[in-house]
Write a protein that binds this ligand. Sequence first.
Ligand code: GCO
Ligand code: MG
Length: 416
Amino acid sequence: MSPNETPHRIISAETVVTSPGRNFVTLRITTADGVTGLGDATLNGRELAVDSYLRDHLVPLLIGRDASRIEDTWQYLYRGAYWRRGPVTMAAIAAVDTALWDIKAKVAGMPLYQLLGGASRTGALAYGHASGRDIPELLDSIRAHLAAGYRAIRVQTGIPGLDSVYGVAASAAGDGERYDYEPARRTALPVEESWDTRAYLRHLPNVFEAVRHEFGPELPLLHDGHHRMTPIQAAKLGKALEPYDLFWLEDATPGEDQAALRLIRQHTTTPLAIGEVFNTAHDYTTLLGERLIDYVRSAVTHTGGVTAMKKLLDLAALYGAKSGIHGPTDISPVGMAAALHLDLAIHNFGIQEYMRHDPRTLEVFRTSYTFDDGLLHPGENPGLGVELDDEAAARFPYEPAYLPVNRLLDGTVHDW
Ligand code: GCO
Ligand code: MG
């Protein structure tokens, strides 16, 4: 059957850029038989580049294609670009791929996880982001997260001597506003923060000592180093945190240097997670092949969609690594839903990050996933289970926003 005869021929595709609390880029694909699919293409702080990539370069290629040919479309867009990888390209391909899976599952009348092999568990263990400017504030935040149902907690705190630090909700973000939902600020230039790794390394073990003292040995605790350490500093931290039995230490060093993880691994048994800034399985070949990591942190949104993530997670399974799919608020509810379908279906599920979206975001994106007793579930609606309300989206026009830039105390630009 030629594409022109298939009822699932793509007749339109458009992007929706909206800013309900933060910016999101969504692709909607519609077929001749009236089925629509959504894909998330949000790349925090660089949203319009992906929007243009989709509108100017991919949408013209999609019109007339058979929406049911997901693998073929993925290869056509990936190999056809000639220019491989990169966050903009892979976010754009991810949006197309996710929208096509949404369509296929709607056509099948099934939630997407059924097409991925069906449920392997009752729900996906989620971790929430607890934080505080100091230890008492952090302990209160952990209590609040436990009361809200979380059964695993990421721990981030302020560092004595530093004004604002990544991941600390209540800290002023340079423009005086709190971080709560989103570190990207709507300012003309990026806000600048300051950093001192030695102060951080001195402080963090005390933080985990206080948390374990208060909450006991059971509670899974995670920490995000956000790419700020050298390999030997990360090795030292991993070792210092061993008594506190972390679920993982994330992004200890900048991710592009895969061999750096070898050095960390030689020194510590603290489990390691990395990959939120990666965009293909190729970024993991040394890490997985040499068993240097325990958790794969890629987002469906930034790694070429459901098709590529399934392959990546299957590759990880061969090397005993589990999933820890990236789920901050800059992954839209569409990207989050795609993650949850994978979480439910794959065998090597580890944990799912879950920050909860701003209420304005949830006015625009109508979700059917649930969070009960610490577990996320994608719901039983056909497809991804997320609908986009265009009228609500139009009420929140795009606003430029940047992630912060980090500097050492002497002014040197550092990883944020
Ligand atoms: C995480 C991440 C995020 C990133 C954000 C940048 O572990 O959730 O580190 O908080 O900072 O995705 O846009
Ligand atoms: Mg992170």
